[in-house]
Design a protein around this ligand. Structure first.
Ligand code: MF3
Ligand code: CO
Length: 253
């Protein structure tokens, strides 16, 4: 299937799906506390999503066994929640979650500091978040898709961080993953022309060390190859005639 342009009715449904996800996040990020397990976060995230009458879209996606991805420290993404994985003060925890509202998907990610963290870890979180905002400066009708990828790379690379290459952002709508794929690193081509009505999940994943990643024995959890910390920040956005609309922001930054 090719890149979809959402109708005004579909845009309303995407907005509502994403608005609810933004509200879920506002509650979930404050729930994260030292001493709880990554499974506790999954249970609360699923409860919140269902409390809005929505369905977690990650659950059973290609066999993924939970509703929320909870990735701690050197875990990049797709961390499977576990009762025996206890988070502690100083950890950084990447949450990735999405939901389905009336058939329309939303997707967003945040990296949360557990208690007091090192200044280096905070800088990684801040740069990863800012990378998203640098990228979407170019998310405008008439620009090309890889303008976004190149802007993210240009911003992140001077920090000496590694930009994950094995996983990318994506279109989103009646499926969690639609075309196009959206790399967070420099591209040689221009990519597709951006058009109003496209909904995209833009999600830089940034490592403090090498960009290279490995897969855990569970076949899901992605970890940095060198054991360095990793951060993730993602929102679902809408391309308009003017500035992009960030649909999953809630009232938080
Ligand atoms: N948020 C992830 C993404 O952007 C999806 C997680 S995959 C799942 O692609 F299996 F956990 F659902
Ligand atoms: Co995504």
């Amino acid at each position: 299937m090719s890149v979809t342009i959402k109708s005004p009715r579909e845009i309303e449904l995407m907005r509502e799906s994403c608005r609810i996800l933004g509200e879920v996040y506002e509650q979930l990020v404050t729930y994260v506390k030292p001493g709880m397990s990554t499974k506790d976060i999954d249970i609360e995230g699923e409860r919140l999503i269902r409390s809005y009458g929505c369905v977690p879209n990650f659950l059973n996606y290609e066999g993924y066994p939970a509703s929320i991805c909870v990735s701690v420290n050197d875990e990049v993404v797709h961390g499977i929640p576990r009762k025996d994985h206890i988070i502690k003060e100083g950890d950084i925890v990447s949450l990735d979650a999405g939901l389905i509202y009336k058939g329309y998907h939303s997707d967003a990610a945040r990296t949360v500091a557990v208690g007091k963290i090192s200044p280096e870890a905070q800088k990684l979180i801040d740069v990863t978040r800012q990378a998203f905002f640098e990228g979407i400066k170019y998310a405008k009708a008439g620009n090309h898709l890889y303008d976004i990828s190149n802007a993210i790379d240009d911003y992140v690379t001077p920090f000496g961080y590694g930009i994950v290459r094995d996983l990318v952002g994506h279109g989103i709508g009646t499926s969690l993953h639609e075309e196009p794929q959206i790399p967070n690193f420099r591209q040689k081509r221009k990519g597709i022309l951006l058009q109003p009505g496209m909904t995209l999940a833009i999600e830089p994943m940034i490592n403090m060390g090498t960009w290279e990643v490995c897969w855990d024995d569970d076949d899901w959890t992605v970890v940095t190859a060198d054991g360095s910390l990793s951060a993730h920040y993602e929102n679902t956005i809408l391309i308009t005639e003017g500035e992009p609309e960030i649909l999953t922001l809630g009232t938080m930054k």
